[in-house]
Each structure stands twice: as structure tokens, then as C-alpha cells.
Design a protein around this ligand. Structure first.
Ligand code: COA
Length: 250
């Protein structure tokens, strides 16, 4: 267990809060494991009707901990935590809502492609610098982003690593709405409460119909993961990761 993930129940709403503010919620293997457990545990528990992802003020998540990536890039062993989390996310049996404020990089952006409703604040920027890091898109984003954003929008996000403001993300269909910082958690939890109040079986079937089969998505996550692991040990990735870890702050 890790104190960097806090799980809270409010009625039928399960809140999964990323809470590592000193590292802008960069996700460690232990954090992925805790989030995977929360998703699968919540899915199996009839008392939970909806999952909610939240971060801290100013940081939803700065993405995977780059020190963990560098460890793999330089010969260390990776674990199954990220994989377990991605499968739990893509296969979630219950609706997922997220509230995003500020930094949303890498998986901090791609988590939201699996959410049914996402709110973000005006200062939020969604960014996936996978290619700049010598890596490839993950979490099924190479499949989901073109569907949501069209080919060119997806290329701007995933290929060019362009930052999407909250407004642009909303207009592009990446998120549901933009609310002021002070209203983010209330708006997010109110939406989760509305979802939790619906007849759960009807909502489950409706959501399953909208999502369709998730086998293609899981298969895409598997293929992306294969490329991702290979890329992690490439010269391109090693150089980019080492540059980040040894950067000097001005
Ligand atoms: N992995 C590990 N540590 C990270 C991190 C990450 N993904 N993102 C931020 N941190 C750490 C920083 O190293 C810093 O640690 P330090 O105080 O011990 O030096 C701390 O979090 C605060 O980050 P800082 O860079 O000072 O904050 P900022 O507001 O100036 O910038 C970001 C925030 C997110 C723009 C910047 O940290 C960044 O670009 N991070 C990398 C994002 C990334 O590439 N993620 C992977 C995507 S696949």
C-alpha cells in the first residue's frame, strides 16, 4: 500500500485520489497497484456504483514517474503494475468520472480517455510527450484518441505532443466540461452522485452498449505496451529520460 493514493467512499461513490503533490502526482508502481486494486475491488463491490479520479490542486498527474522509466531503460526489471492498472481501467464495470486541475501529462491525460465524464479547470493543460521521450502512446490512446479527436487532432496530441487547453479539450470532445478551480471537486462529485442515483443495471447495460466490445481496446493496450517496453531501452528514450532527471532548474 502507498499513502500516495487515498481511497475514500462517499455513499456509493469511490474516490481514488492521487496525492503525491511534491512530485506533481507522478505515478509510481505502488500507486498504479493501489489504483488497480481500487478499480477491481470497487467493480466487485455492489455498494460501489461509480469510480472518481481526483488529483491535488494544480496537479492531476505529471504522468509515469520518470525515475521508474529510467530504471527500466538502464536494465532494471519492470513490474506488472501499470499493465494491471490499464486493464482494470479499460475493463471497468462501473462508470468513471474524473476531475482534472492543472498538470495532466502522459497517463494524466490518457486516463481520461477511459472516463465517462471528465471536468477540467481553465488552467489545465493536457499533454502527452510520448514521442519527445522516445516512447509511443499508451493506455489504448492510439485507438481512442483518433476516435474522439479525429486523425489530425490525435496526431497533434499524441504525435506532436501539443498541449490541449481545457477549452480545446472540451471542444474536441476529449472532456465533458470546464469549471472554475473552486468548483471542480463539487462538480465532479455531483456528477458522480447523479450517476450513483441511476438504476445501476440499466446504466450498466447502457454504458456497455455505448462502449461496445472492449477486446480490441485491450489488444491495443497489449500491442502498445510491447512497443513501449522496447522503446524504453532505446537510445532515444534513454537520452530523453536522462536529460529530464539531470536537468537544472532555473
Ligand atoms: N517523474 C518523476 N518526477 C517528476 C515527474 C515525473 N513524471 N514530473 C515532475 N516530477 C518531479 C520533478 O522532478 C520535481 O522534483 P524535485 O522537486 O525533487 O526536483 C517535482 O516533481 C516538481 O516538478 P517541477 O518540474 O519542479 O514542476 P513544474 O511545475 O515546474 O513542472 C511538469 C511540472 C509536469 C511540467 C514537469 O515536471 C515535467 O515536465 N515533468 C515530466 C512530465 C513527463 O514527461 N511525464 C511522463 C509522460 S509519459
Amino acid at each position: 500500500m502507498t499513502h500516495h493514493i487515498q481511497i475514500e467512499r462517499r455513499g456509493a461513490v469511490q474516490i481514488i485520489r492521487m496525492n503525491r503533490p511534491e512530485k506533481k502526482n507522478a505515478l509510481t508502481r505502488a500507486m498504479y497497484a493501489a489504483m488497480a486494486d481500487a478499480l477491481t475491488g470497487g467493480d466487485a463491490d455492489p455498494a460501489v456504483r461509480v469510480h472518481v479520479f481526483l488529483g491535488v490542486p494544480g496537479a492531476f498527474s505529471a504522468g509515469n514517474d520518470l525515475a521508474d522509466f529510467l530504471a527500466i531503460a538502464t536494465g532494471g526489471e519492470g513490474g506488472s503494475e501499470v499493465w494491471d492498472f490499464l486493464l482494470a481501467l479499460a475493463g471497468s464495470q462501473k462508470p468513471i468520472v474524473s476531475g482534472v486541475d492543472g498538470i495532466a501529462v502522459g497517463i494524466g491525460t490518457t486516463i481520461n480517455l477511459h472516463c465517462d465524464i471528465t471536468f477540467a479547470t481553465p488552467r489545465t493543460v493536457f499533454r502527452t510527450p510520448f514521442v519527445d521521450l522516445g516512447l509511443v502512446p499508451e493506455a489504448g490512446s492510439s485507438l481512442l484518441a483518433p476516435r474522439l479527436l479525429g486523425r489530425q487532432g490525435a496526431f497533434a496530441l499524441l504525435g506532436l505532443g501539443e498541449g490541449f487547453s481545457a477549452e480545446r479539450a472540451r471542444d474536441a470532445g476529449l472532456i465533458y466540461d470546464v469549471v472554475e478551480e473552486g468548483r471542480l471537486e463539487d462538480a465532479t462529485l455531483a456528477a458522480a452522485g447523479d450517476i450513483a442515483a441511476k438504476p445501476p443495471e440499466a446504466l450498466r447495460i447502457a454504458r456497455d452498449l455505448m462502449l461496445g466490445s472492449r477486446e480490441e481496446l485491450k489488444e491495443r493496450i497489449r500491442i502498445e505496451s510491447q512497443h513501449f517496453r522496447e522503446r524504453l531501452t532505446s537510445d532515444e528514450a534513454r537520452a530523453a529520460l536522462m536529460a529530464f532527471m539531470s536537468r537544472k532548474k532555473g
